[in-house]
Write a protein that binds this ligand. Structure first.
Ligand SMILES: [Zn+2]
Ligand SMILES: [Zn+2]
Length: 166
């Protein structure tokens, strides 16, 4: 069961990255523009999206039961995780700032998606940063900005990054 949950979270993150890239393609961006009206997102921004965008993201749950044999209960748990992390990821506050959210670790922090809303062309993933690192779409100062928010760090943020989060 835990392995199934881990596989599902990894698969959904890949789905989200590539659907998100598709939505930033010029002919498709009109379906994603509503979500990007929030340049400083709040918890409510999580569901501020068009019907087409919502369908493309949630189509994962139509397709995935035909690929690996994952119990439906695990899909419910993953969906709950996605809901909560989606809300936290738009909250404008990083509750869990730590080195685990930056290089060399694959997890993405809340700063990660906040930066996507601010800069549009970087950080298309959500739970993990590995697709952005692999494809080269990670924001160039993401790692050092996150490090500057960690307690006890001596890394100073760049002046343009100081208003990133409250
Ligand atoms: Zn967002
Ligand atoms: Zn976007």
């Amino acid at each position: 069961m835990p392995l199934s949950l881990g596989i599902l979270i990894v698969l959904y993150d890949a789905w989200f990255y590539w659907i998100h890239r598709l939505l930033h393609w010029r002919p498709m961006y009109r379906f994603h523009a509503l979500h990007h009206k929030s340049v400083a997102p709040s918890v409510w921004t999580n569901h501020h999206e068009s019907l087409t965008e919502a369908f493309l993201n949630q189509a994962f749950y139509i397709i995935v039961p035909f690929i690996p044999p994952i119990p439906w209960q695990i899909m419910v748990v993953q969906k709950l995780y996605d809901q909560v992390s989606g809300m936290l990821g738009h909250a404008g506050f990083d509750h869990f700032a730590s080195p685990a959210g930056r290089s060399p670790f694959p997890l993405a922090s809340k700063v990660f998606h906040n930066r996507h809303h601010r800069h549009f062309r970087y950080n298309y993933g959500f739970t993990f940063s590995w697709w952005d690192r692999l494809i080269g779409t990670i924001h160039p100062t993401y790692d050092e900005t996150l490090a500057s928010f960690e307690p006890g760090t001596k890394v100073l943020p760049r002046p343009s990054d100081t208003n990133e989060l409250r």
